[in-house]
Write a protein that binds this ligand. Structure first.
Ligand code: NDP
Ligand code: BG6
Length: 482
């Protein structure tokens, strides 16, 4: 990270929401503690009438204390946080925001460098952007950048509509679509792992790799977000974005340069090489009551805010085929679910067996394939599972790991939002999602949204529906345990 970021104003549209409180404000605070920010202000914008600068600062202070920071150290920092409730609605409201930003910049002697973070309900993204354009908030004498939270669209048509609306006002170089997985250190490390270690590159193809599994399992249920989640489900919430991003980083070709355009173009090429999904290779599930970590948990349909008899999937498993020269014939299995036994994000690359099984007929027992495990959370690191002869007689072989673990080598990893906000303020789009990526991913999954699939029930705390195991068994594979 660079030492300082240009002076700027960070405008959080939806500055009193859950995302601002839990993620954005703590991330900006961490950047200041790392001496990344020099001259800056935060302007929280929301419609609430019962707030002013003072009460907003108190709210921000409480958010940061909840995030574990020291109250004493916060006072001066919070003085740079301001609150604004737009006066008037529609374009008038946006013009009033523009006037407030102008005044604030003069007051604090800040250049017109502006980052707008749309921490707003997704249904208002489009009208907000149009209002910003009408109020002239898309340009300034410095830089203007705009961040979109996920979900970016609900399907291909809505994502295209939103992209069109946004492009009428902002240039793609100003647009930062967030997928917070891209800000995780371990996800960024996938690129370093692949492209800084040519020994692995030589193995990274259909000649050597037999299949790949990408798992993002969560022990948590739907929590307090049923209003959003019951309309979205696991395919929109996790697969279209986070799992697909992981998959593209694993499958992409080596970019010519490590910069936003080159990296993102390679990811788009992967998405466009994926064969349309075969409906036999998709499994949807929903959790019922069960036990996790010794505790009884209720089923999805009984969670507060979930519609009675909801058919919303909380689990998805898929088999993808990438029809290009590197990967043709190598299955990519993706699965994600809520209320699985534990939180775990893992990519497992299974290598081909030796062409001649030298040890299979001896007393060495079953020789398993070598597996490279990239663990993204919680025990961040990687292991290469290889065969080792167990000392002594009778001869036998064990599968043992060559392991690297982040927590043994480094300080605790920082939250993804710290990295992403840093890159936003630096103007680096590499870890943000391009319009073409978002549309190519929706193009792949939108046909599934129109289908009625069987919804397989699985007990909370189990490893997902049996149908998912059967899907892999058809190709002679088994899921790794969660
Ligand atoms: P909240 O409902 O907690 O906050 C929404 C914020 O937007 C509030 O400040 C609210 O204040 C303001 N707001 C609400 N409606 C409008 C409107 N019609 N016009 C203008 N302002 C409005 O939502 P979250 O903070 O949870 O989520 C914000 C965005 O981030 C969403 O797009 C969500 O999908 C995304 N997101 C959130 C995550 C999270 O962990 N919370 C994770 C990933 C993505 P007021 O009503 O006073 O105007
Ligand atoms: C969010 C999803 O994008 O990612 C949530 O909306 C999910 O449903 C979360 O729980 C998982 O993120 P992480 O960083 O905890 O793996």
């Amino acid at each position: 990270m660079s030492e300082t970021i240009e002076p700027h104003t960070f405008i959080i549209l939806g500055g009193t929401g859950d995302l601002a409180r839990r993620k954005l404000l703590p991330a900006v605070y961490r950047l200041t503690r790392q001496d990344m920010l020099d001259r800056w202000c935060i302007l929280g914008v929301a419609r609430g009438e019962d707030m002013d600068d003072e009460s907003y600062r108190a709210w921000v202070r409480e958010a940061l204390v909840d995030a574990g920071f020291d109250q004493e150290e916060l006072a001066a920092w919070c003085d740079r946080c301001l609150y604004y409730q737009p006066s008037g609605s529609g374009v008038e409201g946006w013009k009033s925001i523009a006037a407030r930003i102008d005044a604030l910049e003069q007051e604090h002697e800040l250049p017109q460098n502006r980052a707008f973070y749309l921490a707003l309900p997704p249904k208002v993204f489009s009208t907000a952007v149009t209002g910003m354009g009408a109020a002239g908030l898309n340009k300034s004498r410095g830089w203007t950048r705009v961040v979109f939270e996920k979900p970016f669209g609900q399907d291909l048509a809505s994502a295209q509509d939103l992209n069109r609306a946004v492009h009428e006002v902002f240039d793609e170089t100003q647009i930062y679509r967030i997928d917070h997985y891209l800000g995780k250190e371990t996800v960024q490390n996938l690129l370093v792992f692949r492209f800084a270690n040519p020994i692995f590159e030589a193995l990274w193809n259909r000649e050597r790799v037999e299949h790949i599994q990408i798992t993002v399992s969560e022990d948590l249920g739907v929590g307090t977000r049923a209003g959003y989640y019951d309309q979205s489900g696991a395919l929109r919430d996790m697969v279209q974005n986070h799992l697909t991003q992981l998959m593209t980083l694993i499958a992409m070709e080596i970019p010519v340069r490590y910069d936003a355009d080159f990296v993102r173009n390679e990811k788009v090429k992967v998405l466009r090489s994926i064969r349309p999904l075969d409906l036999d290779n998709v499994v949807f599930g929903q959790y019922t009551a069960g036990r996790i970590g010794g505790e009884e948990v209720r089923g999805y349909q009984d969670a507060p805010g979930v519609a009675d008899n909801s058919i919303n999937p909380t689990y998805v498993a898929l088999k993808l085929e990438v029809a290009n020269w590197r990967w043709a014939g190598v299955p990519f299995y993706l699965r994600t679910g809520k209320r699985l036994p534990r939180r775990q994000t893992e990519i497992a690359v299974t290598f081909r067996q030796p062409p001649v099984p030298l040890f299979a007929n001896m007393r060495f027992g079953n020789v398993e394939p070598d597996v490279l495990l990239l663990t993204l959370q919680p025990d961040e690191g990687f292991s290469l599972l290889i065969d080792v002869k167990r000392p002594g007689q009778p001869p036998s072989i064990d599968k043992l790991p060559l392991t690297f673990q982040y927590d043994q080598a480094y300080e605790p990893l920082q939250d993804a939002y710290v990295t992403l906000l840093h890159d936003l303020l630096e103007g680096d789009q590499t870890l943000f999602v391009h319009a073409h990526e978002v549309e190519a991913a929706w193009e792949l999954y939108t046909p599934l949204l129109a289908q009625r699939f069987p919804l397989h029930k699985y007990a909370a705390g189990s490893e997902g529906p049996l149908a998912s195991d059967k899907m892999l068994a058809r190709s002679g594979h088994v899921w790794r345990p969660i």
